[in-house]
Design a protein around this ligand. Structure first.
Ligand code: HEC
Ligand code: HEC
Ligand code: HEC
Ligand code: HEC
Ligand code: HEC
Ligand code: HEC
Ligand code: HEC
Length: 443
C-alpha cells in the first residue's frame, strides 16, 4: 500500500476497540480468527503501483470519469437500445448492498450445508443489507453481504470486502461459500469451493480472495470500480453493471456533437463498423479472448473454455473462413438478453450454410436438416452445477456415448485474476489501442 488512508485506519481501529458489533469466530487455516464488524470501510486501496504511476493513472481515470454521462443520458435519442439494455444481464450484473430484488427476497431463507454436517446458513435483511449467519452447534457467525454478483439469471455469488481478520490492520475479501442458483431456485456451493477443490484460501465460510483478485471481479462486473481509479474498489462512487459507456466509451462529446447537429442520422449502411476482430477484443475483455488463455487449454475436450465464447468462436471455421462476417453481434443483440429462440440462431446459420455457393457448405448429413443446427453443432454443456453454457466452438461433433460425456465433465470455475480496464474512451473500449471508436468515426 503506497498511500495509507488515515480515515480507513481510524475506522478500523475504532471498530477494533469497540469490540465486535457482530462477533464472528471462524478458523482460517487453523489460526486466524475473523472479526466482522458492521462499519468496515468498503474501499480497497491499491497495493501495487508506484506513486508516480498511480498519479498518472489517476489523471487519465479522472478525465474518463468527467466525460461519463450515464445510461440515462442516452435514452432520449436511443430509446430502443436503452430499453433492451435495462433488462439485460449486463446492466444488472452487480448489486451493492444486496437489499434489492432478487437478492432481498432471499431474506428468511435457510440452507443446510450439504457438505458441512450440521451447518445451517440463514439469510436476513438488516438495515439496507442482506446478512448471512453461519450456524453450527448453536454458535453463529454473521457476514454482511456487501455485493451480489450475477444478475440472477443463472447464479448469484456474494462477496464481502475488507473483513478484519483480528490481526490489527489486516483484512481479507471473501467470496461466500454459498451462492444462489436461480436456475434451480436454491442455494448451492459456489463453483470452485466444493469438496475436493484445491483452490487457495478455502475456509468454512468461503474463499479468501488472494491478492488483487477481488478487483478483477469488479473489473468485469462494473462500468468503473470507483472515481479514484480502477485499482480502487469503492461502493460509494462505483458504477455497478456494464453500462453503455463501458462498451462505447464516455458519451459527453458524442452528445455535444449530436446536439450541435454534427452527427447525421442519415449515414446509410456503409458507415464504417468495428471489425469482427475488434469486436472479439471488446467482448473478450470480459468473456475472455484467446490472448489471455494458454494455448494448451484451447482444445475441444476442455469444458472450461465453454464459458469463454470468443475463445470458442474464434476456433470455428465459421469465424476463420468467413472473411470477418461472423461476430458476436451477428447472432446476438449486445444490448439484450441472449435470445432463447433456437430457430432464430439457425436462420443465421442458414444465411451462410444454405449451400449452393462454394464458400459455405450445407450440412453433409442426409436428409439435409433445415434446423437442429445448434443442438448438433453448438450444444449446451454443463460448465458446473448444472449451469449450462453454449459451446461457441462451432464444429462437427462425432463424440458419442459415455466416453464423450466424460470428456465433457464439469470443470472448475474459470476466473482470470488479470486486471480488467474499463473503456477509457470508445477508442480504448477494447484492449487493442488500434481499435477505432464508434463515436470518433462519426465526427
Ligand atoms: C442528442 C441525441 C443523442 C444522445 C443523447 C446520444 N446519441 Fe448516440 N447517436 C445520436 C445520433 C444522431 C446518432 C447517429 C444515428 C444513429 O446511428 O442512430 C448516434 C449514433 C450512436 C451510435 C452508433 C455509432 C455508429 O457508428 O454506428 C452509438 C454507439 C451511440 N450513438 C451511442 C450513444 C450512447 C452510448 C449514448 C449515451 C452515452 C448516446 N449515444 C447518446 C444521437 C444521440
Ligand atoms: C475476466 C472477466 C471476469 C472476471 C475476472 C470475473 N467475472 Fe464473473 N462473469 C464474467 C462474465 C463474462 C460472465 C457471464 C457468464 C459467463 O459467460 O461466464 C460472468 C458471470 C458471473 C456470474 C453469474 C453466474 C454465472 O456463473 O453465470 C457471477 C455470480 C460472477 N460472474 C461472479 C464473479 C466473481 C465473484 C468474480 C471474482 C471472484 C468474478 N465473477 C470474476 C466475467 C468475469
Ligand atoms: C456489451 C457492450 C455494449 C453495451 C453495454 C452497449 N452497447 Fe451499444 N453496441 C455494441 C456493439 C458491439 C454494437 C454494434 C452492433 C452492430 O453492429 O450490430 C453496438 C451498437 C450500438 C448502436 C448502433 C446501433 C445501430 O443499429 O447501428 C447504438 C445506437 C448503441 N449501440 C447504443 C447503446 C446504448 C444507448 C447503450 C446503453 C443503453 C449501449 N449501446 C450499450 C455494444 C454495446
Ligand atoms: C465489462 C465486461 C463485459 C463486456 C465488455 C462484455 N460483457 Fe457480456 N457479460 C458480462 C457479464 C458480467 C455477464 C453476466 C451478466 C449476468 O450477471 O447475467 C455478461 C453476459 C452476456 C450475455 C448473456 C446475457 C443474458 O442476459 O442473457 C451475452 C449474450 C453477452 N454478455 C454478450 C456480450 C457481447 C456480444 C459483448 C461484446 C459486444 C459483451 N458481452 C461484452 C460482461 C461483459
Ligand atoms: C458468416 C457465415 C457463417 C455463419 C453465420 C455460420 N457459418 Fe458455419 N461455416 C462458415 C464457413 C465459411 C465455414 C467453412 C466452410 C469450409 O470449410 O470451407 C463454416 C463451417 C462450418 C462447419 C464445419 C466445421 C468443421 O470444422 O468442419 C459447421 C459444422 C458449421 N459451419 C456450422 C454452422 C452452424 C451450426 C452455424 C449457426 C449456429 C453456422 N455454421 C454459422 C460460415 C458461417
Ligand atoms: C453463430 C451464432 C452465435 C454467435 C456468433 C455467438 N453466439 Fe452466443 N449464443 C448462441 C446461441 C445459439 C446461444 C444459446 C442461446 C440459448 O438458447 O440460450 C448463445 C448464448 C450465449 C450466451 C449465454 C450463455 C450461454 O452460453 O448459453 C452468451 C454469454 C453468449 N452467447 C456470448 C457470446 C459472445 C461473447 C459471442 C462472441 C464471441 C457470441 N456469443 C457469439 C449463438 C451465437
Ligand atoms: C442431427 C445432427 C445434425 C443436425 C441437426 C445438423 N447437423 Fe450439420 N453435421 C452433422 C454431422 C454429424 C456432420 C458431419 C457429417 C460427416 O461429414 O460425416 C455435419 C456436417 C456439417 C457441416 C460440414 C459440411 C462439410 O461438407 O464439411 C456443416 C457446414 C453443417 N453440418 C451445418 C449444419 C447446419 C447449418 C445445420 C442446420 C440447418 C446442421 N448442420 C444441422 C450433424 C448435424
Amino acid at each position: 500500500m503506497t498511500e495509507p488512508d488515515p480515515s480507513k485506519t481510524t475506522s478500523k481501529s475504532i471498530a477494533f476497540e469497540l469490540g465486535l458489533i457482530v462477533a464472528a469466530g471462524l478458523v482460517v487455516t487453523g489460526v486466524v480468527v475473523w472479526w466482522v464488524t458492521a462499519d468496515r470501510d468498503r474501499s480497497l486501496e491499491p497495493s501495487g503501483p508506484t506513486p508516480a504511476r498511480s498519479n498518472a493513472a489517476k489523471t487519465e481515470h479522472q478525465a474518463l470519469v468527467e466525460s461519463l454521462v450515464g445510461d440515462r443520458a442516452c435514452r432520449e435519442c436511443h430509446p430502443g437500445e436503452c430499453a433492451l439494455h435495462s433488462r439485460s444481464g449486463h446492466s444488472k450484473t452487480l448489486r451493492i448492498g444486496a437489499a434489492h430484488n432478487p437478492v432481498a427476497k432471499l431474506s428468511g431463507a435457510k440452507f443446510n450445508d450439504p457438505e458441512q454436517k450440521g451447518v445451517v446458513w440463514a439469510y436476513s435483511v438488516q438495515g439496507d443489507k442482506l446478512t448471512v449467519e453461519r450456524i453450527e452447534n448453536g454458535k453463529s457467525d454473521t457476514f454482511p453481504i456487501d455485493f451480489a454478483f450475477g444478475s440472477g439469471h443463472s447464479g448469484v455469488t456474494f462477496v464481502s470486502v475488507h473483513m478484519p481478520t483480528g490481526r490489527l490492520g489486516e483484512s481479507v475479501d471473501l467470496e461466500h461459500r454459498v451462492s444462489y442458483y436461480a436456475n434451480r431456485k436454491n442455494f448451492g456451493i459456489t463453483p470452485g469451493q466444493e469438496k475436493g477443490e484445491k483452490a487457495e484460501g478455502l475456509t468454512p465460510a468461503g474463499r479468501v480472495l488472494p491478492g488483487d483478485e477481488v478487483k478483477s471481479c469488479f473489473g468485469c462486473h462494473t462500468t468503473i470500480n470507483s472515481t479514484r481509479g480502477q485499482e480502487i474498489v469503492d461502493s460509494a462512487t462505483m458504477i455497478p453493471g456494464i453500462g453503455c459507456e463501458r462498451c462505447h466509451g464516455p458519451g459527453s462529446e458524442h452528445i455535444r456533437l449530436a446536439r450541435a447537429g454534427k452527427i447525421s442520422i442519415d449515414q446509410g449502411d456503409d458507415r464504417p463498423r468495428t471489425t469482427a476482430a475488434e469486436e472479439m477484443l471488446l467482448c473478450g475483455q470480459c468473456h475472455r479472448h484467446p490472448d489471455v488463455i494458454s494455448s494448451k487449454e484451447i482444445v475441444a475436450e476442455n469444458a472450461k473454455i465453454v464459458r469463454f465464447q470468443p475463445v470458442g468462436l474464434m476456433q470455428s471455421k465459421c469465424y476463420v473462413k468467413s472473411d470477418g462476417n461472423l461476430r458476436c453481434s451477428t447472432c446476438h443483440d449486445p444490448h439484450a438478453r441472449a435470445s432463447t429462440n433456437t430457430l432464430e440462431y439457425e436462420q443465421t446459420c442458414l444465411s451462410c450454410h444454405a449451400g449452393g455457393d462454394d464458400k459455405s457448405k450445407a450440412c453433409s448429413i442426409e436428409p439435409k436438416p433445415i434446423n437442429g443446427c445448434v443442438r448438433c453443432h453448438m450444444p449446451k454443456r454443463d460448465a458446473m452445477h448444472g449451469l449450462m453454457y453454449t459451446d461457441h466452438w462451432i464444429r462437427v461433433r462425432r463424440e458419442a456415448g459415455d466416453a464423450a460425456k466424460a470428456a465433457y465433465a464439469a470443470p472448475s470455475s474459470p476466473r482470470s485474476a488479470a486486471p480488467i480496464e474499463p473503456a477509457k474512451s470508445i477508442k480504448k473500449a477494447t484492449v487493442d489501442p488500434a481499435i477505432r471508436s464508434f463515436f470518433a468515426r462519426m465526427k
